[in-house]
Design a protein around this ligand. Structure first.
Ligand code: KIV
Ligand code: ZN
Length: 526
């Protein structure tokens, strides 16, 4: 029997399904930072990764399992013994952990991906879930592509999973194909036709290919789901997953309709959303519900008039409900530690003394260059202060020269943590292009530039520009970001961050290769 039928668990898969989205991969320290933020946000379950995907994934899940307190830590596994055992090993240090086993069930997946008959799927499901239950008391089973699976067969598979010991049954709309009424009907069908279903927690996992992931998840709750799988900012495969902040605020704002609750501390939504955007380099659309820049902006005169009379005229959520306490209070070089600390904490950041001192120093340096500092500047300082990949290369000097109708020139002086110091100049189509070429020549890493974008993080003519650079190197996407009042410098630093990420990834791969050469094959992730 489910203990509290009115409580909906929030299962966050930002670190697994979210990280799978192109360009969103995270380093282990970044994953730990995200996992800690999710714990603070109050999610019930953190899906920390897919240990069989790579040794790096295995180690990240292990690190989260060891270091993050509070939520249940979960790892994904295909429905085979190796994956399941590996996931169990990665999770073993977490006080509360869950194995999430998945197996595709739809005719399309059976025919084209697995080449398996229904009987084989049923056999694998029983064997996999049984093995998972031997290793862990908390087992979730997902019939992948459930929403396109024949109803009777889906019910059969789920019945087998429950009989084998699954404690949560998740219904994924893997390709974002379903629509609300149909999905609710599917849940009702399963609740009526699957033996033992009343003894497990029903979960929902939606993708956003047709823009209905949140609506489909909410309708599943109405039809009996008591766990929602979602990601911060809705990041995820293709068009993404159900967005955590949207689904949680819908449940909260329309509590009288849904009659369920979550344990999310909604005042952490905005800072968590900004953190994920800063780490993944995935911008938040201005008009994004709940956390977008315009979510609480009122432009039309008639709306502003209404708002002045009473906020409820045009606002169904209060900015402070989601942790957005923006103000027009502007800080400058005469602002003291106290005022700065208050603003940092009003923006939802909790920094320890060491971090605070570092950010305060950066604030003072920035205030020397820029007359007024807005909330966007302060956010950028906090988020960037430890978000960037540090070293091995450091930019010591950058000089550029550009004239119309002439190629631009850039000179860079870089140092490497191994003691090297390299000075190189290059010409290019504009100062940014020249600086990128000089860095590529100095570091010996030639990449294909895919995207370069700059946007202002705050207001005014001296606003800081955040540069984001996306490149391709060895069939992988890498990204870097940096903020400065000088956009050529922020572009150059963002590009150098990309180079640092590539070097760090190469060094990590070398260490893993050396280690696996001395480790028995059975312990190496598939
Ligand atoms: O979308 C999906 O089907 C998944 C499963 C692994 C749950 O991510
Ligand atoms: Zn998914």
């Amino acid at each position: 029997m489910v203990a509290n039928p009115d409580r909906v668990l929030i299962f966050d898969t930002t670190l697994r399904d979210g990280e799978q989205s192109p360009g969103c991969s995270m380093t282990r320290p970044e994953k730990l930072r995200v996992a800690r933020a999710l714990a603070e946000l109050g999610v019930d379950v953190i899906e920390a990764g897919f240990p069989a995907a790579s040794r790096g994934d295995f180690e990240s899940v292990q690190a989260v399992a060891r270091e993050v307190q509070g939520p249940i830590i979960c790892a994904l596994a295909r429905c085979n013994f190796e994956d399941i055992e590996l996931a169990a090993r990665a999770l073993s240090d977490a006080p509360r952990h869950r194995l999430h086993v998945f197996l595709a069930t739809s005719a399309i997946h059976r025919q084209y991906k697995l080449n398996m008959a229904q009987e084989e799927i049923l056999r694998l499901c029983a064997a996999g879930v049984t093995r998972a239950r031997e290793l862990c008391a908390d087992v979730e089973f997902s019939p992948e592509d459930a929403s396109r699976t024949e109803l009777e067969f889906l019910a059969q598979v789920i019945e087998v999973a429950i009989a084998a010991g699954a404690t949560t049954v998740n219904i994924p709309d893997t390709v974002g194909y379903t629509v609300p009424d149909e999905f609710a009907e599917l849940f009702r069908y399963l609740r009526k036709n699957v033996r033992g279903i009343e003894g497990v927690r029903l979960s929902v996992h939606c993708h956003d290919d047709l823009g209905m992931a949140v609506a489909n998840s909410l309708t599943a709750v109405v039809a009996g789901a008591r766990q929602i799988e979602c990601t911060i900012n809705g990041i995820g495969e293709r068009a993404g997953n159900c967005s955590l902040e949207e689904v949680v605020m819908a449940l909260k704002t329309r509590a009288a309709f849904f009659n369920v609750s979550t344990a999310i501390n909604t005042s952490r939504l905005y800072p968590t959303s900004r953190l994920i955007s800063s780490i993944t380099g995935m911008p938040i659309p201005r008009n994004k519900a709940v956390v977008g820049e315009n979510a609480f902006a009122h432009e039309a005169g008639i709306h502003q008039h209404g708002m002045l009379k009473h906020h409820s005229t045009y606002e169904i959520l209060r900015p402070e409900d989601v942790g957005l306490s923006r103000s027009h209070l502007v800080l400058g070089k005469h602002s003291g530690r106290h005022a700065f600390r208050e603003r940092v904490s009003a923006l939802g950041f909790e920094l320890d003394e060491l971090e605070f001192n570092r950010v305060f120093e950066e604030f003072k340096a920035l205030a020397d260059k820029k007359k007024e500092l807005f909330d966007g500047d302060i956010e950028a300082l906090v988020l960037r202060s430890e978000g960037c990949a540090s070293g091995p290369w450091t930019l010591i000097e950058l000089a550029t020269e550009a004239r119309s109708n002439c190629p631009a020139r850039a000179l860079v002086l870089l140092t490497h943590s191994d003691g090297r110091s390299v000075e190189l100049s290059a010409s290019g189509d504009g100062p940014v292009d020249a600086a990128f070429k000089a860095i590529a020549a100095a570091t010996g890493i030639a990449v294909v530039l895919r995207k370069f974008e700059v946007h202002a993080v705050s207001e005014g003519e001296d606003a800081q520009g955040e540069a984001r650079v996306y490149v391709e190197y060895n069939h992988k996407t890498y990204r870097g970001a940096s903020v400065s009042t000088n956009i050529v410098e922020s572009g150059t630093r963002a590009f150098l961050e990309v180079i640092n990420r590539i070097e760090l990834a190469q060094a990590g791969a070398r260490v893993r290769e050396e280690r696996s050469a001395t480790t028995p094959a059975a312990t190496t992730p598939a």
